[in-house]
Design a protein around this ligand. Structure first.
Ligand SMILES: [Zn+2]
Ligand SMILES: [Zn+2]
Length: 125
């Protein structure tokens, strides 16, 4: 299946929350709860990664495992507004002139591609 034609909003999931946002559909309560849980989990995971890093694993942490991209990305700072400081060295600034989507930081490659596509969609009048 390669179609990206709008599937049903997956209510009660982080993906559903982002589908609301992408389609400008008002958020429903299950989706609000889901994104809150999701963000809490992302923060917890980030803290563990930082602890591991500080135990002598110096240098850039390698991102070699398969991970969700773009709207499902759990990397702290991914998708953050670019007016804020760069969240991490591997993050790239994505900006599309004329887009309603503001400039944001994304992980290089997958997430940046997602962000670019989103910004381009929102540049369409
Ligand atoms: Zn919903
Ligand atoms: Zn990302």
């Amino acid at each position: 299946m390669s179609t990206v034609a709008a599937p049903e909003i997956e209510h009660g999931t982080p993906r559903g929350y982002r589908q609301h946002r992408a389609r400008k559909v008002p958020y429903c309560e299950p989706c609000r709860v889901a994104i809150r849980e999701y963000n809490r989990e992302a923060r917890r995971t980030a803290t563990q990664a930082q602890v591991a890093w500080n135990k002598g694993l110096t240098g850039e942490p390698e991102a070699r495992e398969t991970r969700p991209v773009g709207r499902d990305c759990v990397t702290p700072g991914c998708g953050q507004l670019a007016e804020l400081p760069q969240p991490a060295a591997h993050m790239v600034r994505v900006e599309e002139p004329g887009s309603r989507e503001p400039a944001r930081w994304y992980c290089a490659q997958g997430c940046a591609g997602y962000g670019q596509a989103l910004a381009e969609i929102r540049a369409i009048p």
